[in-house]
Design a protein around this ligand. Sequence first.
Ligand code: SF4
Length: 288
Amino acid sequence: MKVLLADEYGFCFGVERAVDMVEEAVAAGETVRSLGPLIHNKQEMQRLAHEGVTAIESPVQITRNETAVIRAHGVTPEVQKELEEKAAKVVDATCPFVTRVQRLAARAAAADRHVVIVGAPDHPEMIGVKGYAPDHAFIIRDETEIDMLPRLRKPMVVSQTTIKAKTFFDTAEAIKTKTDDEVEIINTICSATRDRQEAARALSGMVDAFYIIGGRHSSNSVKLLAVCKENCVKSFLIETEEEINPDDLIGVNTVGVTAGASTPEWLIQRVVKHLEEIGKKQSLELKP
Ligand code: SF4
């Protein structure tokens, strides 16, 4: 049985960078606490907890001798300031793609323009971005929420980094009805999610079974499962190799593997190794 990995899988650039920054702080002997879970993966959080990295829910929980980590989603300028005042050191792991959206929002607000951010209002990334233009920004999920907007002044439209391009452009088009001014549309979607889905789709047409490694509550992993199922009915979402049922692989010649953006490489390699072992065992059993 052949095990094939999708061309793009696992940690996105921003998550990998955040984990590397935390590892560096740990190696330097610092007591590291992230504001909110650093990553949405139970196994990686457990591994980091063994290294002494814990999560806090609010900046008030940080103490003077600790290093505070801002995760890839970013935070509002107020929260960043509070962390800087309280912690011994702040590691800012805001993904550079998110920093770009924050800067664009701040720039528009400084010019007294309105900013419309297309995304989920309760998502931490959106809360952080709005904090850069608190009196000028509005967050809407899609074009169905257009009536929530007032008349807009020289609006700039940007997006949450992980939304679908169609949602963004349809909403941006609808926003034109809310102003007499020119609308500046800046696509700030990051390609990580789309790249992983396209790679999974391409591979799913060439395999007999597919394993997607990721949390059951991770939306990008659930979406990867749906994409794989379009071409490969034997597609399974698993958190670890222990969830693989060898019976599902009987008669399977080629198996595909991909992983959500929060799944660490060590966990992916463990799954691949386990699948290869199942394959070897099954081929030995088939030999006369
Ligand atoms: S999905 Fe994109 S924007 Fe979000 S953390 Fe990863 S690389 Fe950065």
